[in-house]
Write a protein that binds this ligand. Structure first.
Ligand SMILES: Cc1ncc(COP(=O)(O)O)c(C=O)c1O
Length: 403
């Protein structure tokens, strides 16, 4: 007898990225000289998890009753206020926003699917996208559709974004658009000001047909602060026409992946509508995970609102951004000299190298001890996880297998 409902009987039991990482780790432990560029965590040049000492200290000195108590369902008040302020304070928009705590940016995406799209409807994102978007959609009974991410000259494909959003709005009268910039996963691409403006025009036009929620997935935003500012400045101007929400993540911003700290921030100038949104989001939180990690929230609230601590966080984060920026520059120099084809890459945890057969490329690389994640049309390089010597080996390997 089959106890699972039919749609669940052939679910894969392992996440492709985590299982590749497990294989790489196993072979490394067995003594092989492995380069593991699979996982999206920033490692120092000696392969250890890069951490922020001020974060570690703050977390370890929290009173135990803070850590052990239940947090409020929408999250600690100080935490929610601090996240809103961090994102929207510089734009004078904090009064117009509401926020719920979520387990990572992943949780924010999950409640966005639940509350802003009908069951069975389709969200829109770019042709290259972070695979869990589809998993999250599947789990909540929604779907993901895509537009071609790049045009013939490798820029953001505004025309296809326009066409696909048009088709979706016509078909379902409602839109949920997931835009992961800056430092898109998996390509590393960040929209420049012209591309942001063009995307904003398209969104504003289609918003006349029905409600559009724009989810700005800014999981990697603090690794390109100028690009994040441009993104926020551009899209917050649309707040009177569509709903702008942020999927905020503390995983990369505070190098605090395991604490599962995140938030959904919704910018909604209309107070009554804002209350309805806040209520619906809180209800979803209760129904999906109840409440989030109290200690992680308390630590992040303190790190953002205590001025000396905040200054330390900014300095420590700047050092991590610098570590990554050096690798990005090294990658660009060597990968372009080797003739590899990859999108514009100015910063962020990943880049991708285009490949007509990504699975074959990734297997050929694994045979050489090089682990990269295959994705549709490309293999992803977690530049965050490898040092310069390893980047050089990846570039050589990619050239050798004909990527
Ligand atoms: C594009 C993107 N969005 C969101 C997330 C969410 O991360 P977390 O749930 O750890 O905050 C990730 C994490 O890898 C990501 O790559």
């Amino acid at each position: 007898m089959e106890f699972l409902i039919p749609s669940r009987t052939s679910r894969p039991g392992d996440d492709p990225i985590f299982s590749l990482n497990a294989e790489a780790t196993k072979r490394a432990k067995a003594g092989e000289d492995i380069v593991n560029a699979t996982i999206g965590a920033l490692l120092s040049d000696d392969g250890k998890l890069a951490i922020m000492p001020s974060v570690a200290h703050t977390l370890s000195t929290l009173p135990f009753d803070t850590v052990a108590s239940y947090a409020p369902i929408p999250g600690r008040e100080d935490y929610r206020a601090a996240i809103i302020d961090d994102l929207l304070g510089p734009y004078g928009l904090t009064e117009q926003a509401t926020c719920v705590a979520t387990p990572g940016g992943t949780g924010a995406l999950r409640v966005a699917f639940e509350d802003f799209l009908e069951p069975g409807q389709t969200a829109l994102t770019s042709s290259y996208f972070w695979g869990p978007y589809r998993t999250i959609a599947d789990e909540s009974g929604r779907k993901v559709g895509t537009y071609e991410m790049f045009d013939a000259v490798g820029r953001f494909n505004v025309a296809d974004f326009d066409a696909k959003l048009d088709a979706l709005m016509t078909a379902q009268g409602r839109g949920l658009v997931l835009l992961n910039t800056p430092c898109h996963n998996p390509t590393g691409y960040s929209l420049d000001q012209d591309e942001l403006d063009a995307a904003a025009l398209v969104l504003a036009r289609h918003a006349e047909k029905g409600p559009i929620t724009l989810v700005l997935d800014v999981a990697y935003g603090y690794f390109q602060p100028d690009a994040l500012d441009r993104c926020i400045a551009t899209f917050t101007k649309l707040a009177d026409r569509l709903l702008v929400v942020f999927a905020w993540s503390g995983s990369k911003a505070f190098a605090l992946y395991g604490q599962r700290i995140g938030a959904l921030v919704a910018l909604c100038p209309d107070a009554a509508q804002r209350t309805r949104i806040s209520n619906a989001l809180t209800y979803s939180c209760r129904g999906i995970w109840s409440n989030c990690n109290a200690g992680g929230m308390a630590a992040v609230a303190r790190l953002l609102s205590d001025a000396p601590l905040r200054a330390k966080v900014l300095a420590e984060r700047a050092a991590l951004v610098e570590l990554l920026a050096k690798r990005v520059a090294f990658w660009n120099e060597h990968a372009s000299a080797a003739g590899l084809k990859y999108p514009r890459y100015n910063g962020g945890f990943f880049t991708t190298v285009f490949s007509s057969d990504p699975t074959k490329t990734s297997h050929a690389l694994a045979a050489r001890g090089l682990f990269l994640v295959p994705t549709a049309g490309a293999v992803r390089v977690a530049v965050c996880a490898v040092n310069e010597e390893q980047i050089a080996r990846i570039v050589d390997g990619l050239r050798a297998v004909g990527a």
